[in-house]
Design a protein around this ligand. Structure first.
Ligand code: TLP
Length: 342
């Protein structure tokens, strides 16, 4: 099976497995785990923040951030397609008691300054006040869009001018920095805090990083404990995470593979794609075929990916798919489409 469902499906390399086995560990809730401490130091440096916190998942990183930044009842300004409101089980309401003020950012994927200003509400007798702006880069549901430095900076500056902090869901922020050819700090710098995933394109088995100013990270550490994310000998999973940090530059290969994949799929009658910015390919399917049927037929032909709605699907390239497999995947999808039309 050529598995293009997500970049989360990568399996840890032998080096990662060896690092997990040999990791120096301690009780991280006491701050005693040397591998976690080293990972948090290096991760904070990489995104230009004072401190970092190792968390079990991207969802926990985002939700801990939102809870730490906000007070119950406040509003969160966010794109309506953002992962934090679309795919995190309603956590913003459930775990932080905030309400989302959703903005349609369209293909730009981050709000303009005007949108941030229009969405902002001032705290009053009647209104809760805006507690946080959340932006996402790359933007998953909008097709792995790499949001540029100027666009991110514009949104962050508009929020800061209103006294509103900004959290960046940078689950795939290194895909953005590599695609745009800019240092990660240029994309993370304008935001107060950033979450990035070790377990996606970087290939670690588990874990994410929440980074920001020292005081914020200390408060977030307590929220992580509240959410059940205080881990003990977590060096076992932090050690492969340290190796994952070395996989940043090679993300360019995944992006090149995604472009090959998109171009190949685009040549198949009834399917269309647009050139991807990063490792996510959005596929549009013509009306006579339901995306679920296409996905089922492709699975029978040995290619896995996910439908998003009746007429679209998402495919991801990653560390565990080669250029040859991407080409093979295109041939298999073509055969699957042929079988549906037969
Ligand atoms: N995204 C997953 C699914 O939940 C859709 C995927 O396969 O892409 N932020 C962004 C932008 C994400 O894409 C994801 C995962 C997360 C946060 C959450 O990370 P995890 O899965 O580690 O909780």
């Amino acid at each position: 099976m050529i598995d293009l469902r997500s970049d989360t499906v990568t399996k840890p390399s032998q080096a990662m497995r060896d690092a997990a086995r040999d990791a120096e560990v301690g009780d991280d809730v006491y701050g005693d785990d040397p591998s976690v401490n080293e990972l948090e130091r290096r991760a904070a440096d990489l995104v230009g923040k004072e401190k970092a916190l190792f968390v079990p998942s991207g969802t926990m990183g985002n939700q801990v951030a939102i809870r730490t930044h906000t007070e119950r009842g406040q509003e969160l300004v966010v794109d309506e397609q953002a992962h934090v409101v679309k795919w995190e089980v309603g956590g913003v309401a459930d775990l932080s008691g905030v309400q989302a003020r959703m903005v349609d950012c369209g293909p730009r994927a981050v709000p303009t300054a005007a949108q941030v200003e229009a969405a902002h509400v001032e705290e009053s007798l009647h209104r809760p006040g805006t507690g946080l702006l959340c932006v996402e880069n790359t933007h998953n549901s909008r097709g792995g869009v790499a949001v540029g430095v100027d666009e991110i900076a514009e949104a962050c500056e508009a929020a800061h001018d209103l006294g509103v902090p900004v959290h960046l869901d940078g689950a795939r922020v290194f895909n953005a920095s590599v695609a745009l050819g800019v240092a990660p700090e240029e994309l993370t710098g304008p935001a107060d805090t950033v979450n990035f995933c070790l377990s996606k394109g970087l290939g670690a088995p588990v874990g994410s990083i929440l980074a920001g100013p020292e005081g914020f990270v200390e408060r977030a550490r307590r929220v992580r404990k509240l959410f059940g994310g205080g881990m003990r000998q977590a060096g076992i999973v932090a050690a492969p995470g340290l190796l994952a940090l070395e996989n940043v530059d090679r993300l360019a290969e995944d992006h090149a593979n995604a472009r090959t994949l998109a171009a190949g799929l685009d040549d198949i009658a009834g399917l269309s794609t647009r050139e991807p910015d990063t490792n996510i390919v959005m596929l549009s399917v013509e009306a006579d075929v339901h995306a679920d049927d296409l996905v089922a037929a492709c699975e029978e032909h040995g290619v896995a990916f996910g439908a998003r709605d009746a007429s679209s699907a998402r495919l991801c390239t990653h560390l565990d798919v080669s250029r040859a497999e991407v080409r093979e995947a295109v041939d298999r999808v073509a055969a699957a489409v042929g079988s549906l039309r037969a």
